[in-house]
Design a protein around this ligand. Structure first.
Ligand SMILES: [Zn+2]
Length: 458
């Protein structure tokens, strides 16, 4: 199936054609590992995980190489390390571990490679040395800077002109750089800070050069797809392009994809507003990882997404319906099936998740109304295949419903068992009373030849 993707660079939706279909390459900017990522930071890894799954489905599992990095050296990490008096590695490894655990709970597949910035500094030094030799970078006492004026193409991703940049240049780096919009490739060593040796002076890399160098050393450029949040278009991705293309003389990436902002109750999420929530907190509150994943995918990835409790409740209700269909067909073996083409077509259309979700819902309906065993088996197989591609329905249906009732699940189990016993004894008065009691707790009992199961009432 032909995949269409919106390319920020050309501002168009385009047919995706990898340079080599047996080696499809994708890079997504990963987290700066100094504290827990908030829910807005979880949107890119989930969105691009879905794209990773679609690419694997289309080109073959072994054909897709996906790199997502860890930025494990940065001002905030150094500040935290100095404040707590521990080496930066102690902080970054612990945060990395937590990040992997949380992403695993959201059914995010492990990327093919997960390079760390600190393990690729020699590749960064190499690119910087190349840029200095070409005259597009210069050395001053505070560091090495990229000269924006030396790059005629600068601004092509964000659509900002050189004049605009001059007018609104943000100050980044020290006073000794030649132009306000020049950006740091290398920061010269300061006492007490981690540092690496380089021919142009000991120091540490700037953020932008990290990704440029890791793309080159892990994947080789040009890569097929480069992704990240919309907030990274400028300056981060603009600067990645400037550095890499100036150093290597060819494109860094063919397709640039950006996911939209996530707001919290219609406000920008920020520490100062105190409206930040992390996936870890949501999981601790009892929300299932698949519910969080579904909520993050409920809007088209390019659209803004407003995060709130209702969004999670709706996501849970949608998944209840899907899990309910599986539970109803618990005794039916699923047929070997491919994800139906209407579902795959929705994803192939620039990851149109709202349409894909409607297709999943239609598959659940088909499973619910199927009567003959062969129809039920086919419907169950198709629902399972589509859901697997979407990264949901990976839990056991009974566990799914039990998990959301927390401590109450065991009590509900015993009420259901009492009701089964009452029915067996033909004590219908007790059986009806227990059914009403369960209903009052929001539980619906489903009786089948192999026994009774329960789920949350829809
Ligand atoms: Zn990056």
């Amino acid at each position: 199936m032909q995949i269409q993707l919106t390319n920020t660079l050309t501002r168009r939706k385009e047919a995706f054609a990898p340079a080599d279909p047996s080696r499809v390459t994708m890079y997504v900017c990963g987290p700066t590992v100094y504290n827990f990522a908030h829910i807005g930071n979880a949107r890119p890894p989930v969105v691009f995980d879905l794209l990773f799954r679609l690419l694997r489905h289309t080109f073959g599992e072994q054909a897709v190489i996906y790199a997502r990095n860890y930025t494990d050296i940065d001002d905030k990490i150094i500040a935290a390390s100095l404040e707590r008096g521990v080496p930066i590695g102690d902080i970054t490894r612990a945060v990395e571990q937590a990040y992997e655990t949380d992403m695993g709970a959201l059914n995010v597949l492990t990327p093919t490679v997960r390079p760390r910035a600190t393990e690729n500094v020699s590749a960064m030094v190499e690119v910087i040395a190349k840029l200095i030799a070409k005259g597009t970078a210069y050395v001053v006492p505070s560091g090495v800077y990229f000269s924006v004026a030396a790059d005629a193409d600068y601004g092509k991703l964000s659509g900002r002109s050189q004049d605009e940049l001059k007018a609104g240049a943000r100050i980044e780096g020290e006073d000794d750089k030649r132009h306000p919009s020049d950006f740091a490739l290398w920061k010269m060593a300061k006492p007490g800070e981690p540092q690496w040796q380089a021919p142009f002076g000991a120091g540490r890399p700037g953020w932008h050069i990290e990704c440029s160098a890791m793309i080159e050393s892990e994947l080789g450029s040009p890569i097929d797809i480069h992704g990240g949040g919309i907030d990274l278009i400028f300056p981060h991705h603009e600067n990645e392009i400037a550095q890499s293309e100036s150093a290597h003389g060819h494109a860094l990436a063919h397709v640039w994809m950006h996911n939209g902002f996530l707001t919290m109750d219609k406000e920008k999420m920020s520490k100062s507003l105190g409206n930040i929530i992390t996936p870890r907190e949501l999981l601790q509150q009892g929300w299932h990882g698949e519910t969080i994943r579904w909520a993050l995918l409920s809007a088209h990835y390019r659209a803004p997404l407003d995060w709130n409790e209702d969004l999670l409740k709706q996501a849970q209700a949608s998944l209840d319906r899907l899990y309910g269909a599986l539970l109803r067909l618990k005794d039916v073996p699923p047929a070997q099936a491919e994800a139906p083409s209407a579902f795959v077509a929705a994803l192939a259309d620039d990851l149109n998740t709202p349409v894909a979700i409607a297709e999943l819902s239609a598959l659940a309906t088909a499973a619910n109304i199927a009567k003959k065993p062969a129809e039920q088996s086919k419907a169950k197989g198709e629902l399972a295949a589509a859901a697997a591609l979407f990264g949901v329905l990976q839990d056991d249906p009974e566990h799914w419903f039990r998990a959301s009732f927390g401590d109450q699940a065991a009590e509900i189990d015993s009420l259901v068992a009492d009701r089964v016993a009452a029915r067996a004894a033909k004590d219908y008065a007790t059986s009806d009373r227990l059914r009403d009691e369960l209903a009052a707790r929001g539980v619906e009992v489903m009786d089948s030849p192999s026994g009774s199961t329960w789920r949350r009432k829809g």
